[in-house]
Design a protein. Structure first.
Length: 266
């Protein structure tokens, strides 16, 4: 997901819920953070389940459709669960909890379009990258915005604590911040903002069938997405990387990309 800084001033309701649940898990274990169950020699938090934290909705990575959680990340998570010989359990978390590692107190993995950064690697481990994802500025056709310079002084929206938010600030844009991308896209569609700054993948998906919106400028930030794992859990890391290698070699990962992002996906 767009890069999100560790320095968040306040946890959202989702983050607080995840933190509380994590605290209850630790209490139930008598103060120990050691997972209670094992699958194939790898410790899982819940017996027989691969518990994955994701920030929902974040189309097309993870979102609800017809009562089911679907998306690019979900397809990968299903393959991970298959290789673990476990049932997939998805926990809806805030991205603040995911990107700070707090979510890993109640989840085995975080898979939610998480950009790999040195700051994040200081508190959690990451799988090998599974997607390149730079930033883009998306605007309505009648906004008059053709690039970042035109956006200055206009109403620009970003998802809070993301690289989009960081990049807007660096470029001198006082952007309106939204808790999740669903709300950001809704504001763009409603016309309460003139443009949105965020990852190419999610914004491109949001406007692909809406001719009144267009991507007006891309920004090569070199972002790569990875799956987060509790720091030092090398057995889990090797297992996850093994699944990603399999999906790459058998063509499944490319198939998932085409399904959710189209033929132009990296």
């Amino acid at each position: 997901m767009q890069l999100k800084s560790l320095a968040t001033a306040k946890m959202t309701a989702k983050a607080a819920a995840v933190f509380a649940a994590g605290a209850l898990t630790l209490t139930a274990c008598g103060g120990s953070s050691t997972p209670a169950a094992s699958e194939g020699g790898i410790q899982l938090i819940n017996a027989g389940k691969l518990t994955v934290c994701a920030d929902i909705p974040y189309e097309p990575f993870e979102f609800e459709k017809d009562g089911e959680t679907v998306g690019f990340d979900v397809d990968i998570a299903k393959e991970l669960a298959k290789d673990f010989g476990a049932e997939l359990s998805i926990v809806d978390s805030s991205f603040e909890a995911i990107e700070t590692g707090t979510a890993l107190t109640q989840c085995d993995l975080g898979i939610s379009s998480i950009s790999i950064t040195d700051t994040r690697k200081s508190v959690m481990d990451f799988s090998t990258p599974y997607l390149d994802d730079d930033l883009a500025l998306v605007a309505s056709e009648d906004s008059g915005i053709t690039g970042l310079d035109d956006a200055k002084g206009k109403k620009v929206g970003v998802q809070q604590a993301t690289t989009g938010a960081d990049y807007a600030q660096e470029q001198g844009i006082d952007a309106q911040q939204f808790e999740d991308t669903g709300l950001l896209v809704q504001a763009l569609e409603a016309g309460t903002i003139d443009a949105a700054l965020g990852n190419q993948s999610v914004l491109g998906y949001a406007i692909k069938d809406q001719p009144k919106f267009k991507s007006v400028e891309d920004f090569a930030t070199g972002e790569q997405l990875g799956i987060s794992i509790k720091k030092g859990n090398t057995a889990m890391l090797e297992k996850v990387n093994g699944t990603l290698e399999r999906l790459t070699e058998d063509g499944s990962l490319e198939k998932f990309k085409t399904t959710w992002f189209g033929e132009t996906a990296k």
